[in-house]
Design a protein around this ligand. Structure first.
Ligand code: HEC
Ligand code: HEC
Length: 292
């Protein structure tokens, strides 16, 4: 008898917990139909694995988040940084999945090996923190940007890097936020070559990264590619995508409607070559050259 009573109490407790769970299916942006069962699965994965950082309310204020230099994403804002569409548009699940599978290098966001339906379930669940952004039949996703054919290839890597150096410093002036990686005389040489103009005025902070405001409610720092981790990209092709579409909700713009496709490829090769300098004597020599 006692056992039966215990059993009924347990069932009642379980049942009342169930009440706070999802009972209805929803349609997410892009016409993705998600069942209540999937959302409940996502919620339990979230509670176990993600909540310590991303918080009970999904606001990024989890117990483990305190003091993190790069704070966990506040999902209530509904802004994804490393999407696959022009910033501002809603990204496809594949790009969110990529950040989960590979982690975001240099941050507390580690790779997650979620099996089977678990991955999709937790992705759909985190969208429920920003219902106005994600939930509704009428909501559409942006046009997915995919890498075009690499016009250089490994055989022309050196030429791509040289062209990319000019794109970086003269055509796009990435150093207006990031830092410059050439001496003043080389900047002048590049400028003469590309725009036939000499540079006489140099910005005092050209060798420093300039902190930027963001829509995430925190300042973001453009990385020094020879030192800081690039969070979402490692290969030239991944860099191409990131540079083409930008970083959502931050100062990092989408470049695919400002510079040509070939220029995006070239600057991707150049950024990759800067990343290769990390922890090398070559980097040390470069930094010394720039300081003089
Ligand atoms: C140890 C802390 C920690 C845990 C645990 C954690 N994250 Fe994160 N997560 C972060 C941080 C920090 C960032 C922000 C990185 C940035 O801004 O570049 C982040 C960012 C994200 C993003 C944003 C990606 C983008 O492009 O904007 C998603 C989605 C995400 N996490 C999902 C999850 C999920 C799902 C889980 C659980 C399976 C999880 N995280 C567990 C710390 C964590
Ligand atoms: C208006 C300011 C601004 C300009 C101009 C700018 N960036 Fe950025 N960039 C940023 C900021 C801010 C971040 C960091 C975003 C974050 O993760 O919080 C960033 C991040 C990046 C990243 C790293 C993305 C990752 O996955 O971590 C790459 C690569 C990058 N920028 C390349 C470029 C290139 C190449 C140019 C020039 C063609 C450029 N940026 C111009 C502000 C800028």
């Amino acid at each position: 008898m006692k056992n039966v009573l215990l059993f009924t109490t347990l069932v009642t407790v379980l049942f009342s917990c169930q009440e706070t769970h999802f009972k209805e299916d929803v349609v997410m942006a892009g016409g993705i139909h998600v069942t209540s069962g999937t959302l409940n699965m996502g919620k339990s994965i979230y509670t176990e694995s993600c909540m310590p950082c991303h918080g009970v309310k999904g606001d990024g204020a989890g117990v483990a988040a305190k003091g993190m230099r790069v704070p966990p994403r506040n999902f209530k804002l509904g802004i994804i940084k490393f999407g696959d569409v022009a910033s501002g548009d809603l990204p496809h699940d594949a790009s969110i999945e990529k950040s989960l599978r590979h982690g975001l290098k240099g941050t507390a966001m580690l790779p997650w090996d979620l099996k089977g339906q678990q991955m999709g379930a937790v992705i759909q669940y985190i969208k429920t923190f920003a219902p106005e952004t994600w939930i509704g039949k009428d909501k559409t996703l942006g046009t997915q940007v995919v890498a075009t054919k690499d016009p250089f290839g490994l055989a022309h890597r050196a030429a791509a890097i040289e062209k990319g150096k000019g794109v970086y410093h003269i055509v796009a002036q990435c150093q207006s936020c990031h830092q410059a990686y050439v001496t003043k005389s080389e900047l002048n040489r590049l400028s003469m070559k590309i725009s036939k103009e000499s540079i006489t005025d140099f910005d005092d902070d050209m060798y420093q990264s300039k902190p930027q405001d963001s829509e995430h409610g925190v300042m973001t720092l453009p990385p020094d590619f020879t030192w800081d981790s690039v969070r979402s990209a490692s290969s030239v092709e991944e860099l191409y995508l990131r540079i083409a579409v930008g970083v959502g909700g931050t100062g990092m713009p989408a470049w695919n409607d400002t510079i040509t496709d070939e220029e995006i490829w070239a600057v991707s090769y150049y950024v990759r070559s800067l990343m290769d300098l990390k922890d090398t004597a070559e980097r040390k020599a470069m930094m010394q050259r720039l300081a003089n």
